[in-house]
Unconditional design. Structure first.
Length: 386
């Protein structure tokens, strides 16, 4: 053991020890983020598949009461694809019918805005506005080569997206069908630490399931309320805007801001500034009710994060993996936050950490129970959804 140098103050030695440890941790985190970025076509579909499995596994569990595991899994996926296909078809039809009207209204609003800039308090000249428009057109013309060059890149991206969707489908299928067996296999080689990791996995799965179900409920309520408001105001593209608001609700704070801004711009283009302000007020009021009533009641019991922690998680997820990373950042942070106490062997976990059922993504009839499970740790044959 190296003796301490008496010439080095104890505070400086302690700071140096902390510094090199933080440097090592930073290098490991950077390498981990780099690996995730390189394997994003694998990591992101797996993360989304876990979220989908957390959402769909109650349906699969109920169907297993009347049919074999394989049939229940296929029927669950077919029902999910049917719902998505029906909503997508309805949104596409409405967008195709009403989008030309929206374009005309936007052009009319732009002309009004241009006229206000000329005759209003700014007293701009038409020549100035025309020069700005010409400069924008010039910049677009200069970027034409880059845009054409991105066609080939777009083809590559399209291929990656198709491959990711296919991979996502297969991962979701096997997680729904054999989730319990996969989990038992993953922890089978952990030896004396198996029970601890099993407890952490149970807490993680319970938290993830509750988060996904609660978020879907809150997002659906938010989308329905805003759709009713848009329909009453006579705004076109109600269904597409409701879908945007629904998916935007899955990214806390940031997503709803972007989705709300798009809806406000559409209302402003069609109905004018006063209607846009009214809609903005209703949106803010509904968002406050959601944040202070719905979120704490539905999700807050399991995920209690400070807004700063949410912003930091979303930012890190966005930097690492873009929009998909921002979408899965908060549930990932919630799972880690709830799993760490269980992994450390907390004897009496809090209600948010105490699982009510196993972390199995699905418990098929062909799943093999662990040889190490004791009779006191056995779970019921048919775990119920939260």
């Amino acid at each position: 053991m190296t003796e301490k140098d008496p010439r080095v103050p104890a505070a400086l030695a302690g700071a140096a020890a902390w510094c090199w440890r933080l440097i090592v941790i930073g290098i490991v985190l950077y390498a981990f983020a780099h690996i995730i970025d390189k394997l994003r076509l694998v990591v992101l579909p797996c993360a989304v598949a876990l979220l989908l499995c957390a959402l769909l596994h109650p349906v699969t569990e109920r169907l297993r009461r009347w049919m074999p595991s394989l049939a229940a899994t296929w029927l669950t996926l077919l029902l999910a694809l049917g719902v998505l296909g029906g909503v997508g078809t309805f949104v596409g039809i409405q967008a195709n019918d009403q989008f030309p009207f929206l374009v005309d209204r936007i052009q009319y609003t732009v002309k009004q805005a241009q006229n206000w800039l000329v005759t209003g308090p700014f007293h701009l000249k038409n020549s100035q506005l025309q020069s700005v428009a010409d400069e924008l057109l010039k910049q677009l013309e200069q970027q034409r080569g880059k845009v054409v060059g991105t066609v080939f890149t777009g083809a590559t991206v399209a291929g990656e997206v198709i491959a990711s969707i296919v991979f996502l489908f297969f991962v979701t299928f096997f997680l729904l069908k054999d989730g319990r067996g996969i989990w038992n296999w993953l922890i089978s080689g952990l030896g004396p630490y198996r029970d601890r990791f099993d407890r952490a996995g149970r807490a993680s799965w319970e938290t993830l399931s509750q988060y996904v179900h609660g978020t879907v409920i809150v997002a659906a309520i938010h989308a329905v309320v805003m759709a009713v408001v848009l329909a009453v105001m006579g705004v076109p593209l109600v269904a597409p805007l409701a879908v945007i608001i629904f998916f935007g609700s899955f990214i806390p704070i940031v997503g709803i801001l972007i989705a709300g801004a798009i809806a406000v711009l559409v209302v402003f283009s069609v109905k004018g500034g006063i209607a846009a302000l009214i809609f903005l007020g209703i949106l803010v009021l509904e968002q406050q009710l959601e944040g202070h009533v719905l979120q704490p009641l539905v999700v807050g019991r399991w995920v209690r994060f400070h807004p700063l922690a949410i912003i930091l998680a979303i930012t890190v997820g966005g930097v690492v993996a873009g929009i998909p990373g921002a979408a899965v950042a908060v549930p990932t942070a919630a799972v880690i936050y709830r799993a760490v106490p269980a992994l450390r062997g907390s004897p009496e976990p809090t209600p948010a950490e105490a699982p009510a059922k196993p972390p199995s993504l699905a418990r098929g009839r062909d799943a093999e129970p662990s040889e190490r499970d004791s009779p006191s740790d056995e779970e019921p044959e048919e775990p119920r959804s939260p």
